[in-house]
Design a protein around this ligand. Structure first.
Ligand SMILES: [Zn+2]
Length: 354
């Protein structure tokens, strides 16, 4: 290439860069994805049933994950059979390069969405599932559960499940509003404080009395710090990991999300269906970009395959995430796309796809 041509080439490149900067054109994120909100419900597949009982068999959903670079999922399902099917199919999930992080769904059927918080049999269901675990190991979290009315977060079942999660190091995936986030965390603070009030039950007494974790609890030693040493302030610094499904699906103001993120360092924001998240060219809106840059280690992406249509659009959903992740600094894109979820559950580097 002659000097003149070379100079011309450089100008062209510079012009292209200016054009892409001006138009906001960015390259999509190409790294691994952690889908932190995945359902494999019985509309998608009644296992062991032939089509049409199983429009999305394991091979189909794993293929969708694999072709989108989804390398780990928080799996939960109504009923829990779908999660167990995913956990059991170790050869298939390994071949697809997908790590399954199983959560206990609180629902046997649709009626449970609106009743779980006043139904003691749900707490029993959770205890039974927790004791049994999955074919690939213990459950790592509870949820997704819904509280359409935040007042229902005050009930005994919600309280017991939050305390159980705190004691057994389980994450919680909750579709709730901002007030319910505070209420759910309050249960943990109250329970921890009670432990340290003179006359309050000791850890051992709570276990032996048959608290929500009895029968399914880990060895006594695990109730030691941070549980034993906690104070209200410690809970506000820590507490259980609460993954806030949709991060305020009703449009919780960004300033309010910011306030809760600052107050509860183990609060994580999952971003499916979040109103006001993206603006022009599928990129983040300015206020969300600012918030995610402020808390780069606190946000997650998710598909929320609550109906089969979401499976049909799984490619588009993941491409949408890759588009706006590509507009973030590479290390932040990687954090939100993969690292934050992997860190929560101690997953190794995904490596290259098999
Ligand atoms: Zn969901």
């Amino acid at each position: 290439m002659s000097g003149a041509l070379h100079a011309r080439g450089m100008w062209l490149l510079a012009g292209l860069w200016l054009w892409s900067a001006a138009t906001g054109a960015t390259q999509p994120y190409t790294g691994p994805l952690f889908d932190a909100h995945l359902h494999y419900n019985d509309e998608a597949c009644v296992h062991d049933a032939p089509a049409p009982g199983c429009p999305h068999p394991l091979s189909d959903v794993l293929d969708r994950m694999q072709r989108n670079g989804v390398r780990a999922i928080i799996a939960n399902s109504r009923p829990n059979d779908g999660t167990k099917a995913l956990a059991q199919a170790r050869q298939q999930t390994r071949a697809a390069g997908v790590t399954v992080v199983p959560f206990i769904r609180l629902y046997r059927d649709r009626a449970d969405y609106n009743n779980w918080f006043r139904d003691p049999s749900i707490a029993e269901l959770v205890r039974t599932e927790l004791a049994q675990g999955t074919p690939s190991g213990p459950y790592r979290g509870l949820g997704e559960f819904h509280l359409y009315d935040s007042a229902n977060a005050q009930g005994a079942i919600a309280r017991d499940l939050m305390v159980l999660a705190d004691r057994q190091n389980l994450a919680v995936l909750a579709h709730v509003d901002d007030l319910a986030v505070e209420q759910l965390m309050q249960h943990v603070m109250d329970a921890r404080q009670q432990q340290h009030t003179p006359g309050g039950a000791s850890n051992r007494e709570v276990v032996e009395r048959g608290g929500p974790e009895s029968g399914a609890g880990p060895p006594q030693g695990r109730f030691a710090p941070p549980w034993g040493a906690a104070t209200r302030e410690a809970v506000e610094r820590g507490g259980p990991v609460l993954i806030w499904a949709h991060t305020g699906i009703g449009g919780t103001p960004v300033a309010r999300v910011d306030e809760l993120m600052a107050r509860f360092p183990h609060l994580m924001g999952e971003l499916s269906y979040r109103p006001g998240l993206t603006c022009e060219n599928g990129q983040l809106c300015p206020d969300w970009r600012t918030l995610i840059l402020k808390y780069p280690d606190r946000f997650l992406i998710g598909s929320d395959t609550w109906i089969n249509q979401r499976w049909l659009y799984y490619d588009g959903l993941m491409q949408g995430y890759r588009t706006w992740l590509g507009g973030l600094p590479p290390e932040v894109a990687r954090a939100v796309g993969w690292d934050n979820g992997a860190r929560l559950f101690g997953l190794p580097e995904p490596g290259n796809r098999p």
